[in-house]
Design a protein around this ligand. Structure first.
Ligand code: PA5
Length: 446
């Protein structure tokens, strides 16, 4: 079976091959820090061997709980924010039919909550759920995240009103810390089925724990294939692989070299709208891992060719501080040809008989040439197919590269102290008990 492939040739008009390959000893040292647990944030390295340590038995347990929810619910709300929802959403959006919610399906509709504090959003969601057979997967490692807890309080109340406390208890699953946090206390008290987020796996590295696996299984996708793909990459990106054959090592090296040469922004590009949330997941992974100590590549994501008609101008001719990493799917899952039209009023008969993907691939190639000409180095990741197996490979590849890349940059890739600043102010402004001093201080500034 093929693997995802990284090609960095189109970065060499901007940084030399030698300068990238010169990173090898530094990359080796960073990998050793990861594998020996001697680097910063070493109490959060549980993700490193997660694929190979996930047992068949554990996956079966997740699938059994997922099947029970599937049998009870036509809609399942996944409540979580950041690392507690982006990975699941990335897989579900990538693999689900783009119009699945508009047509009958054997799979429950998956909707999301707890990732914003929009009153309109929550009001519309609760209106949609009225009279529907729904369930909730509530995901929060800390168990105290305001966005998620607030949405869960509203949804739990509605569910209990609609189906009674006893049935609601069967339709709520909590994924949280083994012992700490309000969600753990609540789940124990209410008797919910729970899954544990391991202590040593941070939110943005948690997609291959029940955080991602449970919603993905509920949505009807094969978590065993996802884990199998990740397992494959765990071995490909392991210490036994030569530097040039290890895509995580090479990606970490080239992006750090580009950064050192002034490329401060990386855009993750896709040519398939189904990958939009892979971009969102990736932004969190790299943004939270590297953006600290006044350093770090700014991670952005775009959907092409859609965004070529909006961001394309900036990318082609704006400040030359950008490089791009393209995820390209080699073969689409479905087939669609451009029809011949006898009148050819739209002038498109030159495309007749071609697959739509051929047009897409030429858009991709044309863009690559234009961007490289415009001083935008291009890194290319080819996925043979869009399925669970290759998404599993992609996840692990990006996670491993992120750990190496963060160490190359000299930061702790596994903490996120900056995320707390807004929370402290919000709690002070909302006069949360325990924040009296902060409330007084912040009010004096208003
Ligand atoms: O990566 C992280 O740690 C964060 O983005 C968290 O995933 C996010 O803040 C949600 O936290 P929690 O799972 O504790 O609700």
């Amino acid at each position: 079976m093929e693997n995802i492939k990284l090609n960095i040739e189109k970065a060499f008009s901007f940084v030399s091959k030698e300068s990238v390959y010169a990173y090898e000893p530094k990359v080796r040292a960073c990998m050793e820090m990861l594998h020996k647990g001697t680097g910063k944030g070493n109490d959060f390295l549980g993700w490193l061997n997660l694929p190979s340590s996930t047992t068949e038995e554990f996956m079966n347990e997740i699938i059994a709980v997922a099947n029970d929810l599937r049998s009870r619910c036509e809609v399942v709300v996944v409540a979580g924010i950041g690392g507690s929802y982006l990975g699941a959403r990335a897989v579900i959006d990538a693999l689900a039919n783009s119009f699945s919610w508009l047509q009958p399906s054997k799979n429950p509709v998956i909707v999301y909550a707890g990732n914003n504090i929009g009153e309109d959003y929550l009001a519309e969601l609760t209106a949609y759920l009225k009279g529907k057979q729904f369930g909730i997967i509530n995901i929060s490692k800390s168990g105290t995240t305001t966005e998620t807890a607030l949405a869960f309080r509203i949804l739990k109340t509605q569910l209990e009103e609609q189906v009674g406390k006893e049935e609601a208890q069967k339709r709520i699953v909590a994924v949280t810390d083994a012992a700490k946090g309000a969600l753990r206390t609540l789940a124990t008290q209410e008797g919910y089925k729970t899954f544990v987020i391991p202590d040593n796996v941070g939110g943005r590295f948690s997609v291959l724990t029940p955080v991602g696996l449970l919603p993905i299984a509920v949505a009807g996708f094969d978590i065993k294939k996802l884990i199998a793909g990740a397992q494959k990459m765990e071995s490909v990106c392991g210490e036994g692989t030569a530097f040039t054959e290890n895509p995580a090592a090479v990606y970490a090296a080239v992006r750090n070299e580009l950064y050192a040469k002034g490329k401060k922004i990386e855009i993750l590009v896709n040519y398939n709208p189904k990958l939009h949330y892979i971009g969102e997941w990736w932004k969190q992974l790299y943004g939270e891992s590297e953006g600290k100590d006044l350093k770090g590549i700014f991670p952005a994501a775009v959907d092409f060719s859609t965004d070529l008609h909006s961001m394309g101008q900036w990318i082609q001719e704006g400040e030359r501080t950008i490089f791009e990493t393209v995820i390209s799917i080699k073969t689409p899952n479905l087939k669609m040809e451009v029809p011949l039209d006898k009148d050819n009023l739209d002038g498109l008969n030159f495309l007749a008989g071609k697959r739509v993907d051929e047009v897409n691939k030429m858009a991709e190639l044309g863009t690559q040439i234009a961007h490289v000409d415009g001083q935008v180095p291009n890194l290319h990741i080819e996925m043979p197919l869009l399925n669970e197996y290759y998404i599993g490979q992609l996840f692990y590849f990006f996670e491993k590269a992120c750990g190496i890349s963060g160490y190359l940059l000299g930061v702790n890739p596994f903490d996120q102290p900056g995320v707390e600043a807004y929370k402290k102010n919000m709690f002070a402004l909302l006069e949360k008990p325990g924040y009296e001093k902060e409330t007084e201080a912040i009010k004096a500034r208003l």
